[in-house]
Design a protein around this ligand. Structure first.
Ligand SMILES: [Zn+2]
Ligand SMILES: [Zn+2]
Length: 352
């Protein structure tokens, strides 16, 4: 075991503050990574404040962060895919059972026995796993991703959660050339959805409630922007979409979007409103439309996404902050006051 600097919260009402956490010495299959950037995901805030108590009760002290990019500093004797000095990424998962049907298909995100990057029982050290708001992390090489060298690393970090969360359903539903794709909401997830749909060759329409976001949506790759509060604008698109990615985490009328799908079209939820959404059965039945949800992605697909980003020069739009401003960033996150993701420069932790 060795000590690593980190930012942790002592309770659901405490701010994140400088602390020290234990990390395991790399075992034979482990990769030790010096963390360079860690993105701030809304899940971090939910976890730190124990807002998801019923599904994932927080254990304190807690260290969030699952959008990790860094450089390999040490590897175990049996590690073959990484060596010291390599760039490396870690997303939401750091282990699984490797044997269930989902794992065998490379869909570790559905493993019933997966270990999340933070807040899961730590099989080696006991207690719970600690995430990326830290100077280093030690991870089984099977859960470490290769990072293309041509990309801005601060903007790569959010790809590990926001990126794969939007890329995976588009691949599953085979988004591609000649298709019309909608993205509902233009935040951390939505802005990645626009970039991917555009790069996959689709015609992209962004739905937003804020007219002020129009210019930015077009800059990010949208072909058209619809102000969703305007029924006339919405009506023009009825029955025309192959696929819609719904990234909105607040309560909203999903039927307004189901109507916009073509026959056999799909709308996938990646935002998670707290209250149940009402769904009109008729809007699904007529047109054989489908509604689904999707969580992150497996390791193989996450690697595919990073390689795709390398080839298409895609990163998240980030505001880089020092770790000392993380509590302020959380408050701004609640007001959606960020374009479009915070990325923590972890070198700022050295001065603590
Ligand atoms: Zn996340
Ligand atoms: Zn499994």
């Amino acid at each position: 075991m060795f000590d690593a600097k980190a930012y942790s919260a002592a309770s659901s009402t405490s701010p994140l503050a400088s602390s020290t956490i234990p990390r395991r010495e790399p075992t034979e299959r482990d990769v030790q990574i010096e963390i360079l950037y860690c993105g701030i995901c809304h899940s971090d805030l939910h976890y730190v404040r124990d807002e998801w108590h019923s599904v994932m009760p927080a254990v304190y002290p807690c260290v969030p962060g699952h959008e990790i990019v860094g450089r390999v500093t040490r590897v175990g004797a049996e590690v073959t895919r990484f060596k010291a000095g390599d760039l490396a990424g870690v997303g939401c998962l750091v282990d699984s059972d490797h044997s269930c049907p989902s794992c065998q298909e490379g869909l570790e995100q559905f493993c019933q026995d997966m270990t999340m990057t933070y807040g899961s029982p730590d099989k080696q050290l006991g207690g719970v796993t600690y995430g990326g708001y830290s100077e280093s992390i030690v991870v089984d090489e099977r859960f470490v991703l290769r990072v293309p060298a041509n990309l801005n690393l601060a903007g790569v970090a959010p790809l590990l959660c926001a990126g794969i969360t939007t890329y995976s359903p588009m691949r599953h539903w085979k988004v591609g050339k000649g298709q019309k794709v909608g993205v509902v909401g233009l935040g951390g997830l939505g802005h990645m959805g626009v970039k991917f749909a555009h790069a996959l060759g689709a015609r992209v329409v962004v739905f937003t409630t804020s007219p002020g976001k129009k210019e930015d949506a077009l800059r990010l790759g949208a072909d058209e922007v619809v102000i969703s509060r305007n029924p006339e604008e919405m009506l023009k698109h009825v029955g025309t979409f192959d696929f819609i990615l719904d990234t909105v985490a607040a309560h909203h009328d999903i039927n307004a979007y189901i109507h916009l799908l073509k026959r056999d079209g799909n709308i996938t939820l990646v935002g998670a409103p707290e209250k149940a959404l009402e769904v009109s059965a008729f809007s699904l039945i007529f047109g054989r439309r489908s509604l689904s949800g999707s969580p992150i992605g497996g390791l193989a697909e996450t690697q595919e996404m990073l390689d795709f980003c390398g080839a298409h020069n895609i990163t998240a739009d980030v505001e880089v902050i020092p770790i000392q401003r993380v509590n302020e960033a959380y408050e701004r996150l609640l007001k959606a006051d960020v374009k479009y993701r915070f990325s923590i420069d972890m070198s700022s932790l050295k001065s603590e």
